[in-house]
Design a protein around this ligand. Structure first.
Ligand code: FEO
Length: 120
């Protein structure tokens, strides 16, 4: 269900939201998950969590600054993902890897895309 998961798991132009900072951070999130697939270590999982939290903070800041209407519901989805990641530990099992890959793809294309053209 949802959007196709790229294989190999790498950001591509179809994920572009047209804000350079956010596109760069999204690329980093793909890399963070890709790294966990390559070396399924606690260090890589911790790095992914840091990247995720930093990105959500950047994105929420931009939404807030622009009085984005869906700020609250979007922020809630971020918090849910942070909570899921916090409950995981390395090595990630197959379902957890799939969940993370699928969540990011569908969040960017299904939720982030709604702010395209609305943030300054
Ligand atoms: Fe780019 Fe809402 O995360």
């Amino acid at each position: 269900m949802g959007f196709d998961i790229p294989e190999p798991y790498v950001w591509d132009e179809s994920f572009r939201v047209f804000y350079e900072t956010l596109d760069t951070e999204h690329k980093g999130l793909f890399q963070g998950i890709f790294a966990c697939i390559g070396e399924n270590s606690q260090g890589n999982l911790d790095t992914l969590r840091d990247k995720v939290e930093k990105h959500f903070s950047t994105e929420e800041g931009m939404m807030k600054k622009n009085n984005y209407a869906d700020y609250d519901s979007h922020k809630k989805l971020h918090a849910e993902f942070v909570g899921k990641l916090a409950a995981l530990s390395a090595p990630l099992d197959g379902p957890s890897v799939y969940y993370s890959k699928n969540w990011l793809v569908n969040h960017i294309k299904g939720i982030d895309f709604k702010y395209k053209g609305k943030l300054g």
